[in-house]
Design a protein around this ligand. Structure first.
Ligand code: 13P
Length: 258
């Protein structure tokens, strides 16, 4: 089984100096962590500076987005190959903020997953429902559609490095997290779908992580669920102490990561 993955999504925050300060503190706090994979997704402008600071630490780098293309006349875009070149292992794809503000569709997400795999990056594919969809009883249908279309055309041999991130839109940046039971229900449904699509052997190690107001106070309850394999953390990842506490979540016997 793969280790749980705790990723910090810094979004459009931090200057280089701020990022350096944050990582210097974080790397002390997570020194020696081996049973959890830790990744941070800083803004593109800081990645090159930070890669030297995380050497000899458990921290890995992730991009927050990537182009569908490899190179060429695409002003303002950054390719997966460039992210690999600057030291990234992961890339976040289809975050709800990209779907909402930059009109990314499930089809774009699909192209970006192929682009990430082509470049040797591990895609962290985000799905999640809006509050209207949840209240309308459409949560499972929405996330299943996002996964089905997003992962269209992928073969069983291509999904071992894929991470699915369930991020209900109403829980992002609101301080109002989903309950561990609500998350477990969705993760369980996604797990079944992934087994159906790729077969148990190929999909068994695939991690499904949760994002949406994850904090030091609630991480233990999420990680105690059998189908929650980590977290995608926004606001709390900008505070080294909070993020380190999330990385060092308390293991319990119910969670499979004890
Ligand atoms: P918050 O943790 O700030 O709610 O953000 C979650 C998120 O969007 C991570 O990608």
């Amino acid at each position: 089984m793969l280790k749980p993955l705790i990723t910090g999504n810094w979004k459009m925050n931090t200057t280089i100096a701020e990022g350096v300060g944050l990582v210097m503190r974080l790397r002390e706090l997570v020194r020696g962590v081996e049973d959890v994979e830790v990744a941070i997704a800083p803004p593109f402008t800081s990645i090159h500076h930070l890669r030297f600071l995380i050497a000899d630490s458990p921290i890995k780098l992730a991009g927050q987005n990537l182009s569908t293309e490899k190179n060429g006349a695409y002003t303002g875009e950054v390719s997966g190959e460039m992210l690999r070149d600057v030291g990234c292992d992961y890339v976040i794809i289809g975050h709800s903020e990209r779907r909402q503000h930059f009109a990314e569709s499930d089809e774009t997400v699909n192209k970006k997953i192929f682009a990430a795999l082509r470049a040797g990056l591990k895609p962290i594919v985000c799905v999640g429902e809006t509050i209207e969809e949840r209240e309308g009883g459409k949560t499972l249908a929405v996330v299943k559609r996002q996964i089905k279309t997003g992962l269209k055309g992928l073969g069983p041999g291509m999904v071992k490095d894929l991470v699915a991130a369930y991020e209900p839109v109403w829980a992002i940046g609101t301080g109002k997290n989903a309950t561990a039971e609500q998350v477990e229900e969705v993760h369980n449904a996604l797990r079944e779908l992934l087994y159906e699509k790729f077969g148990t052997a190929s999909a068994k190690d695939l991690r499904i992580i949760y994002g949406g107001s994850v904090k030091p106070e609630n991480i233990d309850s999420f990680m105690a669920q059998p189908n929650i394999d980590g977290a995608l953390v926004g606001g709390a990842s900008l505070k080294a102490e909070d993020f380190a506490r999330i990385v060092k979540f308390k293991k319990t016997s119910r969670g499979k990561h004890s």
